[in-house]
Design a protein around this ligand. Structure first.
Ligand code: CMX
Length: 474
């Protein structure tokens, strides 16, 4: 509802008494002027829908709040909480057979209905962000306005650039990324307003502003890290009339290549959200539940994404493929690949890019990247290698008999696409995943604050206490 949004803006303005906030008002005003275009802004649309969404939850809880929705076994408790229903995540739901749906839409459906850049073939991440936050497909105009708004908010404080400059080049890019996002706390309007004292009902509005600022600044921060560690340290300025995916590609240094720009758009869309239980999403949500700012919450999530069993797997996949190539040379025969897979498994290591905690089929995010490769780089030798592994690995992993899902996940494919376009530095890949993940976890953080989600606090027991609970003697 526009009136809620106006109220929020007024409340926001009245709280802008800190010097660091007022220094940013120019960027806020710039952002506001884009949303004053005829179509409703994202914040206005979210505010308008909010009372209805709150009412749905209230009704559901009033009528069914005491219903039992599952049981928990001791094995689940010791098994990483697999399958325990205990989180609310509005943006996406993951089906073990079908894969991810963003607000009910599959990846191919999103590719079809979300607005594209002029001349572009892939959906714009701006549209996905809108969809995740509101549940609605935005108009072309709304997406263009969002591109402009993010570009208008993109300036990165000088001290953040200096902080990145001071990092040793052998500090992992994900550690640099997390450090820079943490330091953006300095810009958090949520943290400043909270310190001053605000009504709970306004939390989401400050969370929204922080999330928009944060997302807007990520391409420059991510590119600064890339250019510092691997190139000449120089980063192109954000082009204010261009979309988010273009700017990320361009700031990395690959804006000239139209296909790479489109790949970035696709990449940002498909890596964004994978429901709430994965480490990066859950961590962001958990830390946010303590009312830590979006900056601190996202940074915590990024630290989880940096683990090799999660987002870092895309780096691991590429390194693993190169090691394989070194061992088997040009022999891509079924036998050579089978032998290499077994050598990995017999060494007690996981096959990176394969398996999933929820999925039991090939990840549709893998499929969309494979289809991109089939269209754009069908003869690339690394793509051929990835395809050959896809043919063999599920059989070997099934025979190995441990993993519940012998099929590839998103990380099994992303690296070879980036390699093809010249972005060969595998240790950087998870940073791109992190930029995308922000687009998925921040909408939920805004929703959490709008819904008044409480601080999260599941119950733990010691082994002795569990034994007592199940009537066992140890
Ligand atoms: N290679 C070898 N063994 C595997 C395996 C793989 N790719 N995937 C699972 N297993 C093993 C597990 O290590 C586990 O072994 P133990 O019983 O000895 O501990 C067993 O199979 C059962 O695991 P699971 O229930 O099938 O899988 P989990 O839910 O525990 O773990 C995941 C899921 C993704 C961590 C795991 O499949 C894995 O380590 N895959 C490789 C790393 C990877 O690709 N991660 C990226 C996931 C996507 C993302 O988050 O970005």
């Amino acid at each position: 509802m526009a009136s809620v949004s106006r109220l929020g803006t007024a409340a926001l303005r009245s709280s802008l008494s800190f010097s660091s906030i007022s220094a940013r008002s120019a960027s806020f005003n710039a952002a506001r002027c884009y949303s004053s275009a005829k179509s409703q802004s994202l914040k206005e649309r979210f505010a308008e829908k909010l009372p209805e969404e709150l009412e749905k939850v209230k009704k559901l809880r009033k009528e069914h709040g005491s219903k039992v929705i599952g049981e928990v076994t001791l094995d689940q408790v010791y098994g990483g909480a697999r399958g325990i229903k205990s989180l609310v995540w509005e943006g996406s739901v993951l089906d073990s057979e079908e894969g991810i749906r963003f607000r009910g839409k599959t990846i191919p459906e999103c590719q079809q209905v979300l607005p594209k850049a002029p001349g572009g073939e892939e959906p714009l991440p701006e549209g996905l962000f809108w969809l995740l936050l509101t549940g609605e497909v935005p108009t072309e105009q709304q997406v263009r306005n969002l591109s402009s708004e993010w570009a208008a908010r993109s300036d990165v404080p000088k001290f953040i650039e200096e902080l990145i400059d001071r990092c040793p080049s052998d500090l992992h890019p994900m550690a640099q990324f997390s450090l820079a996002v943490t330091a953006l706390e300095h810009e958090s309007v949520f943290a400043k307003a909270y310190a001053k004292g605000i009504n709970k009902k306004e939390y989401w509005q400050y969370t929204f502003e922080d999330s928009m600022d944060l997302i807007a600044k990520l391409p420059t921060i991510a590119s600064k890290i890339y250019r510092n560690v691997f190139k000449d340290g120089k980063v192109a300025p954000v082009q204010k009339d261009k979309d988010y995916g273009f700017n990320l590609a361009n700031q990395l240094g690959y804006g000239e290549n139209k296909d790479f720009v489109d790949l970035m758009r696709l990449y940002l869309v498909i890596h964004s959200d994978h429901e709430g239980g994965n480490v990066s999403a859950h961590t962001t949500h958990l830390v946010g539940s303590a009312l830590s700012s979006p900056m601190l919450s996202l940074a915590a999530g990024l630290n989880g994404l940096a683990g090799p069993l999660h987002g870092l797997a895309n780096q691991e996949v590429l390194n693993w493929l190169f090691k394989m190539k070194k061992t088997i040379g040009n022999d891509l025969s079924d036998q050579a690949i089978t032998d290499y897979l077994w050598s990995t498994l017999n060494a007690g290591q996981v096959v990176p890019g394969y398996g999933h905690a929820v999925l039991r089929k090939t990840d549709p995010r893998y499929v969309s990247q494979r289809e991109f490769a089939q269209r754009k780089l069908p003869d690339d030798p690394m793509f051929k290698l990835v395809s050959q592994v896809y043919k063999i690995a599920p059989k070997v992993l099934t025979e190995h008999g441990k993993t519940k899902n012998p099929y590839p996940n998103v990380d099994a494919h992303s690296g070879v696409l980036l390699q093809y376009y010249g972005l060969t530095e595998a240790s950087y890949y998870t940073v791109l995943f992190g930029v995308s993940r922000a687009l998925g976890v921040l909408p939920q953080l805004i929703i959490d604050r709008a819904f008044g989600a409480p601080i999260e606090r599941p119950k733990s027991f010691s082994t002795a206490a569990y034994a007592k609970l199940v009537g066992a003697k140890l």
